[in-house]
Design a binder for this molecule. Sequence first.
Ligand SMILES: [Zn+2]
Length: 699
Amino acid sequence: MMLFLIIALLTLGLCSQAIADGLTWVENGQPRATVIVPDDALPIAAYATQELVEHVRLATGATLPVMSEGQAGGVAGGRIYVGSTRAAKDAGIDTGALGDETFVLRGGEGALYIAGRDGKGHPLNFNNPDSGTLWGVYEVLERVLKVRWLWPGELGTVVPHADTVRSPSFDETVPPRFQLRRIRLYDRWEGDNVYLALTEQRDAQAKGIAFSEEGYARYLRDQLVFMRRHRLGNTSREVSTQHGFEGWWERYGKEHPEWFQKLPEGEMLDEWQRRFGSMWGLPLDKAHGQRGPADLESPNLVSMCVSNVELQREIVRRWQEERAKNPGKFVPLQLGENDISAYCTCDACRALDDPQPTEAEMAAMPPSVRGMYEPMNVARRYVLFWKGVYDMAAEIDPDVVVTALVYLNYFVCPDDVKLSKNIVLPFVPWGGWWFPRDPREQEWVRDQWRQWQRTGATLVYRPNYTWTGAGMPYVYAHQMADIYQFALRHGADGFDFDMLNGQWAANGTTLYLLHRLHEHPEMGVEELLEEYYLAFGPAAPHVKAYFDYWEAHTTANGLVAGEVMGRNKANNLHTYLRAAHDFYPPESFDRAEAILAQACKAVEGNDDPLYARRVDFLAKGLAHARLTARLSALFAEKADPERIRQQVEELVAFRRETEGLCIADFTKSGGDELKCFGDGFDFTIKPSPYKPVEMKWKK
Ligand SMILES: [Zn+2]
């Protein structure tokens, strides 16, 4: 008893110490602090305040009062200053001097300052570098309220209940972890509207098989809010990973054909035809040693003759022109090759290349590795090109930043090259690098990264593998996190994932890790996954078993992927859905449903109804995947069109019923269906002309 009392007293002592040091926001469900914003708060500070107040309300039921600085003169109790307030300035925080996306947390008893450099940009815009204040609020919500965001929308927002909230003392300045934290979306912003970039997704909306119009606007908003809560965005010095020579053939092709690839001819052409068959962007039957694109209908599918010094001079001249037009702005020099393998066969280019592997050496490589040498490995000529242009530009501005791409047949790092750290290389594993990977492939990718890192260049990790899986429970959380953290430990200065497939329920753990790693890349994978599972309360072990089951299933599928894809004329990028019924047969869903049934049982009648609703979220994601796989099966067996129509109607009805829950991006799903089966069946359920979604909520 005595011991208990001593412990109790000690604990009390520690508590009062913490109280003296910190700030009380809410006590026994009553607000004890006021949130104070700058007079005429800019949108970012206003939105950050709204997020702060809303999460405190979710945790405690108390609504913190908000006042502008001018009104708050004699207000009693603690003060939480959000944004570039005068009080923050008086406390020594010069927000104007803070870098992009940087925030200061300062204060303890009496006042807490959460302040970044505020600007006019929209809070949900990824390219808004004035996001510091918002990032500061999210940091505090995570640390003080233990908020976690598992997926977009209300149900994925996990806010532990608290009667009393106190923040500790802070004194820190936090810059963004990387310049670039991007997961690409299919939508693009123009003014106040959002457009879908891909035709089949526009068609899916128009044909009425995806979201309703209102449902889509809501989904987009929930998704953006979620991604910003995970601090996705970039500083104004982010590097472009674009293809830098689009439009060049039209502009320069007539006058300077020698700047462009010289296509193969003669013996070399025969050899390429024999060894490699067809090639993307290079119809071999149209090649006869000419300069420029093989197909004049696709003028951007052309690579450059990078050994040409006049071309290099023109690139630098254009960069100077761009700088002159944008004084004071960061203007990187972009050398990213067009979206095509490099095909220049001129003598000058080939003289720069490393010796090519023999046919026997290539036959011994895993197919995905082999692809990086087809039709020839040209990495060394590209490295020399980047270096040559960099040297020219550095004479004009020693701080010049040059960007290029490590991609396709310029992916295999040459030995013995040294590059400036101002050469930024997005590393694009492309070809067969989908998950799950053969361990040999995973190791080979790591090796390539290590070698590029040794050159001294700055690396950005820029994979495409999030395209795949259609709406299936295609779970590869561990292998994805493994390579992410590897890149981070080996100098990655940014992450740029192309694209977000938005299957929030079916791929829950993979997508959670993908977002969460951007803020806490050093945290252990199991620890991060535990955050996810714990949001299901007593169902946590079953939810873990559920995702483990699908991850094992996905890994096993990897062993037969080539054969199954071939049989169904499917590929990972666009047409995975054609093979979905083969990869995910009905019995695989039966077993998953049985695991979720146990999860349901574990939360039945629980005091916290959110646990059961979250399990139901997973169950709905599973049902959606099952309906989709069934559709894939019907197409594969060439079922009666009437039967297919019924299946589509059932699927669409399900989508409409569940569209507010964010279980999946139905526009992506509908787009996949049109891409895979659109020719064979008229999906129109309720046609409506496609309109861009007006973002009223942006105002
Ligand atoms: Zn050339």
